[in-house]
Design a protein around this ligand. Structure first.
Ligand code: NAD
Length: 492
């Protein structure tokens, strides 16, 4: 079995506690690696290293152009290591190799995009309304950024924070999920090989509250970026705000995929499936509520059932497999508990609703893809995030009702609209209270497109040009070249 220490100050770092914890391969059902169990002492070492690197190291001494070149080099090296990183993620979280490979091959674009922005962060001189005064606005990095990531797309979601934070000139401490630390540790080593100076990127492993909490609370941490559950996000935000540290949160969702009667139903079936059964439903943007127009409800559900008949559950490393196991034992138990909740609420199960006993699935954390019909949007199965392959089907009669149901959720991360009507495709997305709306598409993301949530799905946006300013402080500088204060007792 492999063992991984932490990565601090440009080298491997054994935990002060000497303790380790295992990571389970969700397909084989066996532990495949052990990781260092960090605590507040390791968090302190990592934050101090990042702080030193920010104040005294080679990173702030480089020009912005030189920093950009390091990120380009990193992008090229990540491209060369995509397969290896994907294998590590599959071992940790059991998701399809095909999916993790797509993600790993896409990662370099974030480093190229934000690397290219390093030397394009320009301040400005304002036409200030004070005679004789020269006023400029400049942008400065925060210092130490703590980035906390979940297990479902470990390195992609860490990258959404790390790439803009580094490009802005910060130093970073990453806390990967305790269920999926391997790829982030290897990533840190690759950053080092690409020329990132020691301390600029550190990785601390361990449990959320114990080591993640210590990182957020550390007095030298200046900015916090979190992706994960609303429970974890609330704890992180409350700790950060105690000392007024800015925090961005990418949290959960209960996104509506809305199929209108005029949609191309064969396309919509694929879109609905990609929304809820891809990644075994374990994506924040999962289209877990299917809203279908009354007039096509039965036909559409039948089409879904037919399509899903051929879906193969099994080995995530096999290119033929469509649905991988659930990634963690707590998540597996949570999905099963929702089956009980749905049953008690009177939901009608037309597919799945159990763990999977198909041949080849015996040892892993497999759940049968599940569809419930007859769902009322007030039911828990329609309101709470299951984070598994579980679809709740809700009927609607007209556009207003579809919008009302879609918006009647504590979350607001994403939504899908399936229609061929031009007017609908333009007006509907504007009426939905969600950070991302796809029309005749689902689960499309890009380094160029801002991503984040309305309502309880989070605070702040990742990706896109503006995201780099999430990691920069804006500063106003007033210069009076000819000193002289007219009246020191009043505002000038
Ligand atoms: P989680 O909240 O349990 O853990 C996320 C990370 O936070 C882990 O690294 C964990 O160790 C850490 N953590 C937990 N409690 C902490 C605390 N008190 N202090 C500091 N760190 C703490 O979430 P998860 O189960 O890993 O991920 C699944 C959740 O993530 C789902 O709700 C999903 O919707 C959400 N998610 C959101 C997005 C998005 O971009 N909006 C993307 C992927 C996943």
């Amino acid at each position: 079995m492999q063992h991984y220490d932490m990565w601090i100050d440009g080298k491997w770092h054994a935990p002060e506690s000497k303790a380790t914890f295992p990571s389970l391969d969700p397909y084989t059902g066996k532990d495949w690696a052990t990781f260092a169990k960090g605590d507040f002492r390791d968090a302190d070492a990592a934050v101090r290293s990042a702080d030193r690197a920010f104040r005294e190291g080679d990173w702030p001494a480089m020009t912005a152009t030189q920093r950009g070149r390091v990120l380009y080099r990193l992008a090229d090296m990540l491209e060369a290591h995509a397969e290896e990183l994907a294998d590590l993620e599959v071992a940790d979280n059991g998701k399809l190799k095909a999916e993790m490979l797509v993600q790993m091959k896409y990662l370099p674009e974030w480093f190229r995009y934000y690397g290219g922005m390093c030397d394009k962060i320009e301040g400005r001189v304002t036409p200030i309304d004070k005679p004789g005064i020269f006023h400029q606005v400049v942008y400065e990095p925060y210092g130490v950024v703590v980035a906390i990531a979940p297990w479902n797309s470990p390195l992609l979601l860490a990258t959404w924070k790390v790439a803009p934070a580094l490009a802005a000139g910060n130093t970073v401490v990453v806390k990967p999920s305790e269920f999926s630390s391997a790829s982030t540790l290897r990533f840190a080593e690759i950053c080092h090989e690409a020329g990132l100076p020691p301390g600029v990127l550190n990785v601390v492993t361990g449990y959320g509250e114990e080591v993640g909490g210590a990182l957020v609370e550390h007095p030298l941490t200046s900015r916090v970026a979190f992706t994960g559950s609303d429970v974890g996000g609330r704890a992180v935000a409350l700790t950060a705000i105690k000392d007024f540290k800015p925090v961005s949160l990418e949290l959960g969702g209960k996104s509506a995929n809305i199929v209108f009667e005029d949609a191309n139903l064969d396309d919509a079936v694929k879109g609905v499936i990609s929304g809820i059964f891809a990644a075994t439903g374990q994506t924040c943007m999962a289209g877990s509520r299917l809203l279908v127009h009354d007039s096509i409800h039965d036909e559409f559900v039948e089409k879904l059932l037919v399509f899903m008949q051929d879906a193969k559950l099994g080995d995530p490393r096999n290119a033929e497999t469509n649905i991988a196991p659930v990634s963690t034992k707590p998540q597996f138990d949570k999905v099963l508990s929702f089956f009980e909740i749905a049953k008690a609420e009177g939901a009608k199960c037309v597919m799945g609703g159990t763990r999977s006993t198909r041949p080849g699935c015996e040892k892993g954390l497999f759940i049968e893809p599940t569809i419930y019909v007859g769902i009322d949007n007030r039911m828990r199965i329609a309101r709470e995030e299951v984070f598994g392959p579980v679809l709740s089907v809700i009927r609607f009669g007209n556009d207003d009702e579809a919008v009302e149901i879609a918006n009647d959720s504590p979350y607001g991360l994403a939504a899908g609209v399936w229609t061929r009507d031009l007017e609908r495709s333009i007006t509907l997305p504007r009426r939905i209270r969600a950070g991302t709306v796809w029309v005749n598409a689902y689960r499309v993301v890009s380094y160029l497109a801002p991503f984040g949530g309305f309502k309880q799905s989070g605070i702040g946006r990742e990706n896109g040009a503006a995201a780099i300013y999430e990691y920069l402080e804006e500063k106003s500088i007033f210069i009076n070249p000819k000193p002289g204060i007219a009246n020191p007792f009043v505002l000038s």
